[in-house]
Design a protein around this ligand. Structure first.
Ligand SMILES: Cc1cc2nc3c(=O)[nH]c(=O)nc-3n(C[C@H](O)[C@H](O)[C@H](O)COP(=O)(O)OP(=O)(O)OC[C@H]3O[C@@H](n4cnc5c(N)ncnc54)[C@H](O)[C@@H]3O)c2cc1C
Length: 203
């Protein structure tokens, strides 16, 4: 069941569900914890037996169409009713998994880009980056990225320049999401995306 189908109903949207540019709930723009309904502990009878609480949790999950595995139901009935559910590994990506995988690809690609790129390298890298605001599945993310890229165009002139440019783009998103900023020096970027720390823990 797609969350888009709920846009025409009068059901209230879960808090944190992101609305896309088309005015509809955008599932791929939203973190899983914000579209998966939680079971509200306060609505359970105070002395409801554990089994009854478990059934209520399962029914809520089935009603939402998000499914529920036996291990999840067990875990939820034991300790996490009213708490964020665990995301099953075989679910489609949410905004966080997609973002993490995309940043991993982009930073790693920048880390291995030549210090002296040919014209062909530059053209291909620019095509890859310029495609993102058009094709990136999280439409709200793509919109922000497109605006940023207009104000701050990609620098594909060298590996160092590209890595730093990408770091700054990522920091813009980090800042908007209230996350810590990364120090955009080539030493820190190479340590994270190419060489690993000097203590050899990643060798
Ligand atoms: C183009 C793009 C736009 C996005 N826009 C949005 C949005 O509008 N709203 C939204 O909710 N999510 C957005 N995301 C997803 C968001 O950026 C994160 O990927 C997501 O929240 C998961 O975060 P994370 O904690 O796993 O770490 P991520 O932010 O995915 O970072 C992965 C790793 O990169 C390293 N890192 C962090 N910052 C930097 C940096 N500046 N330079 C180099 N390395 C760094 C860290 O080691 C970190 O663990 C976007 C993702 C992309 C690729």
């Amino acid at each position: 069941m797609s969350s888009d189908s709920s846009s025409s109903s009068s059901k209230p949207l879960p808090p944190g569900m992101v609305i896309g540019p088309d005015g509809k709930p955008c599932k791929i723009c939203t973190a899983f914890r914000n579209w998966k309904p939680r079971v509200d502990k306060s609505k359970q009878p105070p002395n409801a037996p554990a089994g009854q609480q478990k059934t209520a949790a399962m029914m809520a999950a089935f009603a939402s169409g998000t499914g529920f595995t036996a291990s999840q139901s067990q875990a939820q009935s034991q300790s996490t009713i009213g708490v964020e559910p665990t995301r099953p590994a075989n679910c489609p990506p949410d905004v966080e998994q997609l973002g993490n995988a995309t940043w991993t690809f982009l930073h790693t690609t920048a880390a291995y880009y030549p210090e002296k790129p040919t014209m062909q390298h530059r053209v291909n890298m620019l095509s890859l980056l310029r495609a993102l605001p058009v094709l990136y599945p999280c439409s709200t993310c793509a919109q922000h990225l497109g605006e940023n890229m207009k104000a701050h165009p990609p620098d594909v002139s060298s590996r160092t320049a590209l890595s730093k440019w990408l770091c700054e783009e990522h920091n813009e998103v980090n800042e908007r999401l209230g996350k810590e900023k990364f120090e955009c020096t080539i030493e820190k970027l190479d340590e994270r995306w190419k060489d690993g720390p000097s203590d050899g823990s990643c060798d």
